[in-house]
Write a protein that binds this ligand. Structure first.
Ligand code: GLU
Length: 290
């Protein structure tokens, strides 16, 4: 059997904090223990929020923690053609449609819906997409496109789900409510997810599913906040004929008030803790690792 392949996949839109250290160290330790490989992937598809100085800090912080990874590092922004090819496949299957609404229009539609009845929310607590774009006619779509109205591409969840009725994964770690073992995937809980954003020709879900497959990742070790995203990743893997890695979600590192850490809080940023004299061993202790 070939060696297991792990990956740590940060987005360079802020400085790494204790939660990232926990994830990165868990991946590094597991790769070492199992004689596996550790890849590093820079998830820099959001041009508005990702910055070169944050990417440079990722390398610095990880090296300081004593983590080593294989090179070359995969930077998602350099592989847009891979995501485009997948979008073409999904288009050919009739599973995606353009959605032209602006954020403000979506907010207005949601306010109308919510005034009538409780409106469903996704596992992250955001209201599901309410748009009417799915029912636009081919002529209306062509007109809006030709007029230069920007659009995102969304997955027609009902149509996708009809092709893939049974879907799940084996969880080797734990979800936010202790889910483990055989988990039933519920991609429909996310509604018609975006697969390509207006400003970038891919999305988090699409690029993660594609890259894990292209990089031969066999073990996905990441925070429990991404547990339910796995439903969407499993669906995309199924639709695109991609292999299924093993999933291990770990508990999140929380702040003193019990909240998830944020990249915008300096207090838990690794570079800040380092500047205050913390050692890599202190960081391990703080995130509960040996
Ligand atoms: N880029 C994502 C993040 O920084 C992680 C993606 C993943 O591990 O699947 O939260």
């Amino acid at each position: 059997m070939s060696a297991p392949v792990f990956r740590f996949a940060p987005s360079p839109n802020g400085y790494l904090h204790l939660g990232h250290a926990c994830s990165a160290l868990l991946n590094f330790d597991a790769a070492r223990r199992s004689g596996g490989r550790l890849l590093l992937r820079i998830e820099d598809i959001d041009p508005a929020r990702c910055r070169p100085e944050f990417e440079a800090a990722v390398y610095q912080d990880l090296a300081w923690l004593g983590i080593s990874w294989e090179t070359p590092v995969r930077r998602q922004s350099e592989h847009l053609s891979d995501y485009r090819a997948a979008l073409e496949e999904l288009t050919a299957m009739g599973l995606i449609y353009p959605a032209f609404e602006s954020r403000a229009e979506i907010a207005r539609l949601l306010a109308q819906r919510e005034a009538q009845a409780p409106w469903p929310r996704d596992p992250d607590g955001a209201p599901l997409y309410p748009g009417v774009a799915k029912s636009l006619s081919p002529d209306q779509r062509a007109y809006l496109r030709d007029s230069g109205v920007p659009y995102a591409l969304r997955l027609d969840m009902a149509a996708a789900r009809a092709l893939v009725p049974d879907l799940g994964w084996t969880e080797h770690g734990e979800g936010p409510d202790g889910e483990t073992g055989a988990v039933v995937a519920r991609p429909e809980a996310w509604g018609d997810v975006i697969v390509a954003r207006k400003e970038t020709p891919t999305s988090y879900h699409l690029s993660v599913a594609i890259d894990d497959a292209l990089q031969g990742v066999t073990e996905v070790v990441r925070g429990a906040d991404l547990f339910w995203s796995t439903s969407v990743h499993r669906l995309l893997q199924h639709l695109l004929g991609l292999p299924q890695p093993a999933y291990h979600h770990h508990r999140l590192v929380l702040d003193r008030e019990g909240r998830k850490l944020s990249k915008s809080t300096a207090a838990t940023a690794l570079r800040e803790l380092r500047a205050q004299g913390a050692t890599p061993a202190d960081i391990r202790r703080q995130v509960g690792l040996p």
